[in-house]
Design a protein around this ligand. Structure first.
Ligand SMILES: Nc1ncnc2c1ncn2[C@@H]1O[C@H](COP(=O)(O)OP(=O)(O)O)[C@@H](O)[C@H]1O
Ligand SMILES: [Mg+2]
Length: 300
């Protein structure tokens, strides 16, 4: 077996009616990684996933899975997917459904194993149309695992689930990832990307605006926030302080984003009459807002 990456996007684009849904994406996912595609509604997550699975062709650029065409990898059972639009729930048992799907693949996972991985062993004999929303998502997960894929792609798999069902879902995903498999999931929940992915790819208007661990994203967005009371003092020159990447004035407080809070604070301390000084780490929320600010501004 060669060592081609699981997923490669090279300058991939996809336009719907003149509007780019995917606007020049370059992305490589190595085998064994768990990657979150993080973005707001309309950021291009589902379109990216459709290109990745070969459900749609890019207008420009290239997408490959395991070094070949997406459709080939999908047919061979190397890729399993849970799409955002669920099909109607069939009136068969969990075991029947997973067995049926498994038989369509050349080298399926033993059904009992797929059920166990999805946490469905106890529910195997239950009818799928009588399960809760969280249980149905786990059935869809088992269906995605049926072909014994090396890569699994999940489009907002927990969007409609309560906290407990989400926990159970992510535990199943982790179990599958721990076997050395590759996972790509989309979400608009920052906490999910932070908690369950090794790497976060932030999409905004069809482009990758950030790519890294949550620590790297926080740094990229400006490592800390330094704030203080202006007390009528001047605001010009604050952007020139060491480390400062942006300045915001909120009422009578100045908020400085800085990638070197020590240097910024030292410079401020050298100025007279600085009151109410606070230093806080940027949260992933802050980072996400900074990285995707362009969208917010055009939306206004
Ligand atoms: N089949 C389609 N026809 C027209 N526009 C589409 C279609 N699919 C997606 N879009 C548009 O492309 C953009 C990205 O959509 P999508 O990939 O579904 O984003 P996300 O999954 O991040 O919410 C949106 O502006 C959406 O309206
Ligand atoms: Mg979507």
């Amino acid at each position: 077996m060669t060592n081609d990456p699981a997923v490669v996007f090279e300058a991939a684009t996809k336009t719907y009616g003149g509007v780019p849904a995917v606007d020049g994406i370059d992305l490589t996912v190595r085998r064994g990684e768990t990657v979150a595609l993080l973005g707001r509604n309309g950021a291009g997550k589902s379109t990216t996933i459709a290109l990745l699975l070969g459900l749609d062709e890019p207008d420009g650029g290239r997408v490959s899975l395991f070094g070949g065409a997406p459709a080939r990898a999908v047919e061979a059972g190397r890729v399993g997917a849970m799409l955002q639009e669920g099909r109607p729930v069939p009136r068969v048992t969990v075991r029947e459904l997973v067995s049926f799907v498994a038989r369509t693949y050349p080298a399926p996972l033993p059904v009992a194993e797929a059920l166990a991985l999805a946490g469905l062993t106890e529910l195997a004999g239950r009818r799928v149309d009588r399960l809760s929303g969280g249980q149905v998502q786990r059935v869809r997960f088992a269906v995605a695992l049926a072909g014994s894929p090396e890569l699994i792609v999940l489009d907002e798999p927990t969007a409609a689930l309560d906290v407990e069902a989400r926990q159970a879902f992510w535990e199943s995903m982790r179990g599958y990832a721990r076997r050395g498999n590759t996972v790509l999931f989309s979400t608009h929940y920052l906490e999910e990307a932070d908690a369950h992915a090794d790497r976060i790819v932030v999409l905004d208007s069809g482009r990758v605006v950030a790519d890294g661990t949550s620590e790297q994203l926080k740094r990229a967005a400006g490592g800390s926030l330094v704030s203080f009371d202006l007390a009528g003092g001047p605001t010009e020159g604050l952007t020139l302080l060491p480390g400062v990447t942006s300045v915001e004035i909120r009422g009578d407080r100045a908020l400085l984003r800085t990638d070197d809070s020590d240097a910024t604070v030292r410079a401020l301390a050298a100025m007279d009459a600085i009151r109410g000084l606070e230093v806080a780490a940027v949260s992933l929320d802050d980072a996400f807002l900074t990285l995707t600010r362009r969208t917010l501004e055009t939306a206004r």
